[in-house]
Design a protein around this ligand. Structure first.
Ligand SMILES: *Cc1c(COP(=O)(O)O)cnc(C)c1O
Length: 450
């Protein structure tokens, strides 16, 4: 469920018409709904409480790391799952309590480890023996006793897209289940390390419970083995990955997921951590775009919009499907046209949808790519020197620009000239090179919706 609905024929985010945001902020722009974020967090967290589980929901920041989004969730009680020092800094800046932060990822640097230890976060999830040894050195040098989880690779097929499957033995993540017992014994013996938890995360956009069940059963068995070995596993980190409906898929509801968790690891009687990302933010965001041109081809009709693969890469990277909804509601009997919906970037891969039936669109018409709140803005780049798109957070009748559109000044200002290129003619001034660079990129002229 989300809070993007038609009212009086115009698509709204909560109580704000999207045409108004397009007019005032320009397009393309990401728009997030506070009510949807809060609802998803609440439904997820409540499901575990209802099944008698003591659960900390550590929102996976990589899905959407805007400070205002993280803070919205932190204010409801969320912790954070981070995968870099940058994300850790974001979580702290947004007000997440350090004792609710876990640090995951296969390639942490010594500097990142030291920063995390000094910050006093809940736990560092270790993914290899080499990482374990480095962490021990860093922790000991700081006089710390660092609480860790060892992430195991349970070798289960998450039945999701190959690029977001993480729990098979050929994936780079975690320590193979068969080696886990030795890894824990090693961790228990190392200075500066306190092994307290087992972590698992088998992939993203999972639409079935069975892969989870298989993984959690293996975690439960390992927990019993380790306890018998004298290693006090105090809690479990079960990762994220619950899918959302982008199109026809029907992912299990949080309640069924929580029931399965209660069945598999409930009897161990230990608190759990969960790391949902997509499930919380995916359907809480849309990418609002404006049609630039309709280009009839000999075999196809292209709808060329002002958003592109650099703004939303999921279709190009993962064959991701996003529902496309016109901002102006079409009559129920309006004829539909099959469009190839494409962006302006000079790549054939810059295609959002192929032969997608939509009501007839004209230049200037607005539309949204739905379910773009997760792995959208965070994956944006400036490819083709397109400034990063803005992000807007709606709450009821209000909205705030929670990330302004990048200016051309900022975009060009990232580069530096090599000395030898300026020796002959003197320095180049950005203002001269790009006269209007100080101003924001121009907004699109208001079209039929505006
Ligand atoms: C990406 C990731 C998550 C979140 O995955 P979602 O599919 O967005 O729920 C959780 N934990 C870890 C370790 C991750 O890498």
């Amino acid at each position: 469920m989300n809070h993007f609905d038609y009212r009086d024929g115009v698509l709204h985010a909560e109580d704000v018409p999207l045409a108004r945001i397009a007019e005032e902020v320009g397009t393309p722009v990401y728009v997030y709904s506070t009510a949807t974020l809060e609802r998803h967090y609440r439904v997820f967290a409540d499901a575990f409480a209802a099944h008698g589980l003591e659960a900390t929901v550590c929102y996976a920041v990589k899905a959407n790391s805007n400070l205002a989004v993280i803070r919205t969730l932190a204010q409801r009680g969320a912790g954070a799952d981070v995968v870099s020092e940058g994300e850790l800094r974001r979580a702290l800046a947004a007000g997440v309590a350090p004792e609710k932060i876990v640090f995951s990822g296969v390639g942490k640097t010594a500097a990142e480890m030291a920063f995390a230890i000094e910050t006093g976060i809940a736990q560092i999830n270790v993914e290899s023996l080499a990482e374990l040894e480095l962490l021990s050195q860093v922790s000991e040098s700081l006089g710390a006793e660092t609480r860790i989880a060892i992430r195991i690779n349970p070798d289960v097929d998450a039945k999701t897209h190959a690029k977001i499957s993480t729990g098979k033995k050929e994936n780079k993540f975690g320590i193979d289940l068969v080696d886990a017992r030795d890894a824990f014994a090693k961790a228990a013996a190392l200075p500066g390390i306190d092994p307290v938890s087992i972590a698992v995360h088998i992939g993203s956009q999972l639409t079935e419970l069975e892969p989870y069940r298989a993984a959690f059963e293996r975690v439960a068995e390992l927990t019993r083995t380790l306890r018998a070995d004298g290693i006090a596993i105090a809690h479990l980190d079960l990762g994220g990955g619950l899918g959302i409906p982008y199109g026809a898929e029907e992912p299990p509801p949080p309640d069924a997921y929580a029931a399965m968790v209660a069945e598999t690891v409930g009897p161990l009687g230990c608190p759990i951590m969960l790391e949902p990302g997509r499930m919380i933010v995916g359907n809480a965001g849309v990418l609002l775009t404006r049609t630039l041109f309709v280009k009839p081809g000999r075999e196809k009709t292209f709808l060329i919009v002002d958003a592109a693969m650099n703004d939303l890469i999921r279709p190009a990277l993962y064959d991701g499907h996003h529902a496309i909804r016109p901002v102006r509601e079409a009559a129920s009997d309006a004829p539909s046209v099959a469009y190839d919906v494409v962006g302006p970037v000079c790549e054939t891969g810059d295609t959002f949808a192929v032969a997608r039936p939509l009501p007839e669109m004209r230049a200037g018409d607005l539309a949204v790519f739905a379910s773009a709140g997760a792995y959208g803005a965070v994956m944006a780049s400036t490819y083709n020197s397109r400034p990063l798109v803005p992000e807007v957070l709606v709450k009821g009748e209000r909205y705030a620009v929670v990330r302004p559109r990048q200016s051309y000044q900022d975009l060009l200002g990232l580069d530096r000239m090599a000395d030898w290129l300026t020796e002959a003619d003197g320095p180049i001034s950005l203002e001269e090179a790009s006269p209007d660079a100080e101003s924001e990129p121009p907004r699109r002229a208001a079209g039929a919706d505006g």
